[in-house]
Each structure stands twice: as structure tokens, then as C-alpha cells.
Design a protein around this ligand. Structure first.
Ligand code: 5AD
Ligand code: SF4
Length: 583
């Protein structure tokens, strides 16, 4: 075992196993836990301090203390109540500067803000300058091998920074947060001795304690997964004052167990945040003037708030037709349609989006709401992963190509003009050329507006790792991926061409990166729209001419398109409510 003293605990929740390390404060003289026969303790006893030691031991951590937090519901560490082996003072940041770097998905962007919110309350400061950082935290992703390789490379660069650190400064602490901390645990601590702390996705409340332990010269880790942690009471700090939109986390984890996916192992079981706390956050964001909220989670539309007993009746779940789950049917609780309804009522001028959903949970109530409410964007991400029913079965997605296509038709009938996007994996275990061509034909048939395409990357622990063979050669995966990208782009260009000549409502984000004389924003379908920054009429005040500012809604007449962007000229400033000017 590593010289840092770990208590290893293994706990099983259904198919998930998690190992948690809870650190004991060790004797600095010999690294043993103070209740064992440690030479320096014996010396203290000889020196006549037995009484003092006994009383400290009595107030120290008990076995129960280390069990705390391993059972659901998990008790949250509290600044007022430090663990017995640390003082409140040791938990404080004392103005040390934290540099946070985010990798991977939008959930990680949100998690970064949660981690920062926790540290800010503890007295840490944030810096955007790596050179002035006292603590560097990487919020990591494990979904594909390449994502992890990026982090290993980054760690090597940071090692140089740590080695060169002047002795006159406080020691630099480096931490790995998120999915990679959860997946690789000891491997990171053993391979990269300069990593001081590891915190899994459910351990961000513990960051002040982990950093305090690191200050005593030990590595510290908490990779415990929780059954109920949603950080409901930790409001992420809005870091950019000019931001027009924000992400609001509504659920965490995933129970689907698609055979290729590491997420259920790194982020744990599915759990939803209470509706009331989500609404409170959305209200605050609206008061701050934000104009767009994206509801976030691994399976947003599987949302189920069971925190209020009166809603826990036995109403069963309606899955999309032809879809099944890998888990026992769940019942009761407040569902996604209820949440979407409530969130969209907070501020009619605030756009609502959600990502990422699973195709199995699209009941008609959800589709109807999206169609009816002006401020719910008519944009649905519908990850297909493959166009071959044979591969979909091997992936354990719970649907066939036919069921997926039926859902696409149903969605298009229910929400005219809806914009669709999807995820695809090229070269999954056993994928033949014929399977690949089925995916190509699905891309042509659906004609998505946006797509996220990946080459398959085998992940340990997953069902595919244990049961299937990663038998598509890397060069074949790459070639198939290139083909999918080409077809997707051709089809998206055609789909976007249909917008030429239309007038679209655009939420302005700011100056275009390509040209200072252009502005950029997003249309309802979340596509980027570029237009010249010129004076225009304001529909609510025809006397003045205005220039668009970030957070304004403007009408833009689309004049040209590519697979990723639309271009046009601006007509007027408007409001979401007043803008029914679509094609
Ligand atoms: N290899 C490649 N892509 C993956 N994804 C998830 N796991 C893997 C993997 N092992 C993709 C899926 C998912 C998206 C977030 O990442 O398409 O929808
Ligand atoms: Fe992974 Fe499937 Fe869960 Fe998405 S739904 S996070 S792909 S297991």
C-alpha cells in the first residue's frame, strides 16, 4: 500500500462497485495511524503526555466517522463541523489561488463551477493565470482513451511547474477531479507522485478537506460515489458577467449501461435534483439577466424527482414505442415534462434547452410542451449511436433502427421545423462494412442539423470490454469515421440550405471570432448565426436606432449557410414573445 494510510472500503450498488479512500491523519514521524504502536507515541507516553494523547484520541475520528458518507443518504461535510483530525483553520483557503482547467463534456463545465463554488466558500481565490496558481485542478474526462491521454500529457507539463516552484512560495498543489479520478484512482497517485489530491464527481464538497490533508504532505483521495449527491444547494458561480446563457444541472449519473460506456462507472447511479432547487437556480439566473438556460444531465429526460412523497405513486413510465431499458422499470416521482413546464414558466424571455436526452424517454407530453411553448427551443438531441439494429443490440441501446426511425417521424410530426442532432460511434465491436453502411444510410435518411461523431474506444469495466472483441482495426475505424463525417456534413448543409431566405430569431452572444465588424449568436436550433454589426430598429421603440448587445434577441434574415454556420443580415431588435417571424 502507498505510505499514505488508506482505509479501503468496497461497496456494491447493483452493478456498480466503488472503492473509497478515506484518509486518516497519520503520525508524521512514522506514517502509522496514531492508535498503533508508533515509536514516537511511545516516546510521548514516556514523556508523561499519555493523558493529553488519550484525550486527543477520544475526540479523534471513530470507525463510524469513516463509515459516514458511505451509506445513502450521504452526510455532507460542513465547514462549521470539520473532521476531528482537522481544525476549521486548516480547512481554509487563506487566499490561495486556484486555477481550474476543464476537459470533456458540458457536465464537466458545470462541475467546475460547483467545485469552484465550494472552494470559494472556503476562502480560496480564483486565477486565470497558471503561473500565479497555488492550486491547479484538472476536471477530467474518461469517455475515450484520447481524452485521458490529453490529461497525462498535461500532468507532465505541470510536473515541470511544480519542480521549478520557488521555495519562497507556498507549495503548489495539483488535483485531478472528475471521471478520470474515479476511474484510475491508485494508478494516478502511483504513476504521478506530484498529484496531491483526487476527487471523484461526487466528492467536490470534500475539496477543502482534501487540500488540507495535502498540506500535511500526504496525497489525499475521495472517489466515493453517492446515491443521492446532486449538489442541489451548491449554486455554481457564474464566472463570466457578460454571459447570456448558463447550464443548470438537473440530474447526475446514468443507469442505462450501454455496453461501450464508462459513464455509469465514473459518475455512478442516476439521481435527480429536487424540482424546487432547480427552479430557484433558474429564477436567480433570470434575475441576473441571463437569457438562456440549458438543463444538463447524462439522461435529462429520464428525470425523476422522488424527493416529495406525495408524488411517489405507482404511475408507471411510458417509454417511447419500441424502446426498452436495461434496468427494472421505475415508478412515480415528478418527471421531465413537469420540470420542463415549470422551468419554461419562470421567464418567458428565457430560452430553455436540454441535453443530453436518451431516445427512450420522449413521451407525448414532452413533445407537446416543446411544440407549444415559445421559449422551449425546438431542438432535440437524439443520440442514435448506430444505424444497424445488430450493432444497436450489441451496444444494449434498447431499440432497433426501425423504432428509432419511427420516433424521428413522430417527433417531426409533433414539432414541425424541429432541429435534430445525434451522436454516432464508428467501428464498435463486430461492426461490419454492411453495419457501417446502415449508419451512413441513417445519416442520409434523417438529415441531422448537428452531429457528434466518434471512433470507438474500448473502456475497461464496460460490458463490451468483458464480453466483446474490439476487432475493428484502428485504420478502419478512422476511415469509417471520416466517411460518417463527410456524409453528415453534406446532409447538414442541405438541411441548413432550407433556412436561406427565412427570418430567424437569434440570441446575440457577442462579437464574431472571425471578424470584429460581425456579431454572432445562436438560432432556436442552436446553430451559430453571423451577421454584420449595424444599427437597426427596436420593435418596442421605433424612434431609436440601436446596435445589438449580448443578450439581445434580434431577427436575422438568412442569406447563406454551411454545414456549421448560417450568415445573414439583421432586421431589428425584438423580444422572444414578439417574434413569430419564422419560415
Ligand atoms: N467510444 C467512443 N465514443 C463513445 N461515447 C461514449 N462512450 C464511447 C466510447 N467508448 C460517445 C457516445 C456518447 C457520447 C457522449 O460519447 O456517442 O453519446
Ligand atoms: Fe453512456 Fe448510454 Fe448512459 Fe449515455 S445513456 S451516459 S451512452 S451509458
Amino acid at each position: 500500500m502507498h505510505p499514505l494510510q488508506c482505509i479501503l472500503q468496497t461497496q456494491r450498488w447493483g452493478p456498480l462497485a466503488s472503492v473509497s479512500w478515506l484518509l486518516l491523519r497519520t503520525c508524521r514521524a512514522c506514517s502509522s495511524v496514531p492508535s498503533t504502536a508508533c515509536p514516537s507515541v511511545e516516546k510521548q507516553q514516556e514523556d508523561g503526555v499519555r493523558k493529553d494523547f488519550s484525550s486527543r484520541l477520544a475526540s479523534g475520528p471513530t470507525f463510524q466517522h469513516f463509515l459516514r458518507g458511505t451509506s445513502a443518504p450521504q452526510e455532507k461535510p460542513d465547514m462549521e463541523d470539520p473532521p476531528p483530525y482537522l481544525t476549521v483553520d486548516e480547512l481554509l483557503g487563506k487566499q490561495r489561488k486556484v486555477y481550474l482547467e476543464t476537459y470533456g463534456c458540458q457536465m464537466n463545465v458545470n462541475d467546475t463551477e460547483i467545485a469552484w463554488s465550494v472552494l470559494q466558500k472556503s476562502g480560496y481565490l480564483r486565477t486565470r493565470n497558471l503561473q500565479e496558481a497555488d492550486v491547479i485542478l484538472l476536471v477530467t474526462c474518461s469517455i475515450r482513451e484520447k481524452a485521458e491521454q490529453t490529461i497525462w500529457n498535461r500532468l507532465h507539463q505541470l510536473k515541470a511547474l511544480k519542480t521549478k516552484r520557488l521555495r519562497s512560495r507556498v507549495p503548489l498543489r495539483i488535483g485531478i477531479l472528475g471521471c478520470m479520478a474515479e476511474r484510475l484512482k491508485e494508478e494516478i497517485l502511483n504513476r504521478e507522485k506530484m498529484v496531491d489530491i483526487l476527487a471523484g464527481p461526487d466528492a467536490y464538497r470534500d475539496l477543502p478537506r482534501l487540500l488540507a490533508v495535502a498540506d500535511s504532505g500526504q496525497q489525499a483521495a475521495n472517489v466515493l460515489l453517492s446515491l443521492d449527491e446532486t449538489y442541489a444547494d451548491v449554486m455554481p458561480v457564474q464566472t463570466s458577467p457578460s454571459a447570456t446563457s448558463a447550464f443548470v444541472s438537473i440530474m447526475r449519473g446514468c443507469d442505462n449501461m450501454c455496453s461501450y460506456c464508462i459513464v455509469p462507472f465514473t459518475r455512478g447511479r442516476e439521481r435527480s435534483r429536487p424540482v424546487a432547487s432547480i427552479l430557484e437556480e433558474v429564477r436567480k439566473l433570470s434575475e441576473q439577466g441571463l437569457k438562456e438556460v440549458t438543463l444538463l444531465g447524462q439522461n435529462v429526460n429520464s428525470f425523476r424527482d422522488s424527493s416529495e412523497v406525495q408524488f411517489n405513486n405507482a404511475v408507471s413510465t411510458n417509454l417511447s414505442r419500441g424502446f426498452s431499458t436495461n434496468y427494472k422499470p421505475k415508478q412515480g416521482g415528478l418527471r421531465f415534462a413537469h420540470l420542463l413546464d415549470q422551468v419554461s414558466r419562470v421567464d418567458p424571455e428565457m430560452r430553455i434547452r436540454f441535453t443530453s436526452p436518451h431516445p427512450k424517454d420522449f413521451p407525448d407530453e414532452v413533445l407537446q410542451l416543446i411544440d407549444e411553448r415559445d421559449n422551449i427551443c425546438k431542438q432535440i438531441h437524439l443520440p442514435a449511436q448506430s444505424g444497424s439494429s445488430r450493432v444497436l443490440e450489441a451496444m444494449r441501446r434498447g431499440y432497433s433502427r426501425e423504432a428509432y426511425m419511427e420516433l424521428i417521424h413522430h417527433i417531426r410530426e409533433s414539432i414541425p421545423g424541429v432541429s435534430l442532432s445525434s451522436d454516432f460511434i464508428a467501428g464498435f465491436c463486430g461492426e461490419t462494412e454492411e453495419d457501417h453502411l446502415q449508419t451512413v444510410s441513417l445519416l442520409r435518411e434523417v438529415q441531422y442539423n448537428m452531429g457528434f461523431l466518434f471512433a470507438y474506444s474500448m473502456r475497461q469495466k464496460t460490458r463490451a470490454y468483458h464480453r466483446l472483441k474490439d476487432d475493428v482495426p484502428e485504420e478502419v475505424k478512422s476511415r469509417r469515421l471520416e466517411e460518417l463525417i463527410t456524409v453528415f456534413r453534406e446532409e447538414a448543409t442541405k438541411a441548413n440550405m432550407a433556412s436561406v431566405g427565412c427570418t430567424q430569431l437569434v440570441l446575440v452572444e457577442g462579437v464574431s471570432k472571425r471578424s470584429a465588424s460581425d456579431l454572432c449568436g445562436r438560432n432556436d436550433g442552436n446553430l451559430k448565426v453571423i451577421f454584420p454589426d449595424v444599427e437597426m430598429e427596436d420593435v418596442n421603440n421605433s424612434e431609436v436606432r440601436v446596435r445589438a448587445q449580448p443578450g439581445d434577441y434580434v431577427l436575422v434574415k438568412i442569406t447563406s449557410t454551411s454545414s456549421q454556420t448560417l450568415k445573414g443580415h439583421v432586421l431589428c431588435r425584438t423580444t422572444l414573445k414578439d417574434s413569430s417571424a419564422y419560415c
